[in-house]
Design a protein around this ligand. Structure first.
Ligand code: ZN
Length: 174
């Protein structure tokens, strides 16, 4: 947990309406997630879906829990009925135990070297952007607009926008 976030690396205009927030269930970062949402002018303006592994879990946990896709889709639709949100935030996080569990030690665990930190970023980007595409397709079929922003949080609670994967084939499945 960290107390001060004067400088998130964030430059886009904050959303004006309520958003749908998707995060992992990780207990270490819940307070940091709330703090980040407060910073984005979204205090009490988001429905929060927590799912182990965040985007990876929402896409069925690499085939380990395929029914989670339907669970996530049901939450997406209910939240949309209630809020008519136009923005989704996906906040992935580093050192995710669910990534280790669902992708295995080789694909889902990362050490502190710069190379491995970049690989970790890349794997999260791959799943987050795939989840974004899936949600955009749901929204398209519903005939509603949707923006999806993806982020990566570290264990201090620092948040950075997650750039698209450089190599979409890097999914950690190895
Ligand atoms: Zn996690």
């Amino acid at each position: 947990m960290s107390l001060h976030h004067d400088a998130y690396d964030i430059s886009y205009p904050p959303p004006r309406k309520a958003v749908l927030l998707v995060t992992c269930m990780d207990l270490r970062l819940m307070d940091d997630v709330v703090q980040f949402m407060d910073h984005d002018n979204l205090t009490n303006r988001y429905d929060h879906v927590t799912i182990a592994g965040c985007a990876l879990g929402a896409l069925g946990a690499n085939g380990k829990h395929p029914h989670w896709v339907d669970t996530f889709k049901d939450h997406f639709k209910i939240a949309h009925e209630l809020r008519e949100f136009e923005d989704v935030y996906i906040i992935e996080h580093r050192d995710c135990g669910a990534y280790k569990k669902f992708l295995g030690k080789k694909g889902g665990s990362f050490d502190d070297t710069p190379a491995d930190q970049e690989r970790e970023r890349e794997v999260h980007a791959r799943w987050a952007y795939e989840a974004a595409e899936v949600m955009k397709e749901w929204a398209r079929r519903m005939g509603v607009p949707l923006n999806v922003r993806s982020f990566l949080m570290n264990l201090r609670g620092d948040v950075k926008p997650l750039a698209p994967p450089a190599d979409p084939s890097v999914d950690g499945k190895g």
